[in-house]
Design a protein around this ligand. Sequence first.
Ligand SMILES: [Mg+2]
Length: 230
Amino acid sequence: MIKTVVFDIDNTLYSFDRAHSAALEALISYAGQKLGMDRETFMSALKETQQRLEEYIGDKAAVHNRTIRFQNLLESRGLSLYPHVLEMDSVYWDTLIVSSVPSPGALETIKELKERGIRIGIGTDMTARVQFRKLEFLGLLPYVDFFVSSEEAGAEKPDPALFARCVEKAGCAAQECLFVGDNRKKDILGAREAGLRAVWYCPQGCPEEADTPVISDLRQLLRMPDIKFI
Ligand SMILES: [Mg+2]
């Protein structure tokens, strides 16, 4: 019996890929106008910076922190941190957030789960503040009972620490928690390894995986024959 459903955010509750593309275009335009960097130069500097930070930071939430990423890009190019670091951060996130659209059925599914007495959690790899901004903009935050970020857990999915923290906050047994996410390795295998049940969200369609229930629309969660909610 499922008592809690924990959702991933990016590419599950909204399309990160689409919103990120819009945010990147805004950033490229900023770099052209304010930093004198053309698209190719800026993109290559951003990629280099990201790779260096991935090696240095590893699997921790700070690896996604755009303030740190833009700060390091500016430092590596000998560019002034003021005013660019905070402006680039705002350009990126403000564009990404207003470009975010809830996944089809996200709101109605979460509302119906709540009406059935299911607790709603979030289990996300990222820094907390920006994820709350996304949930608020998407109109989903009022329905969220608890939230766990990799920033809080100190480790990224599929580390069991993040899932254990979700279960602790859910207040029920791990097998009474259902995790819903788009990433097989991080969300599905991670959740199952930690004892939770899992459903793989694949809006574009996924290869058949006999051991994992797959949905292409979040509304399908409400009518899965082998998942019984309280
Ligand atoms: Mg995701």
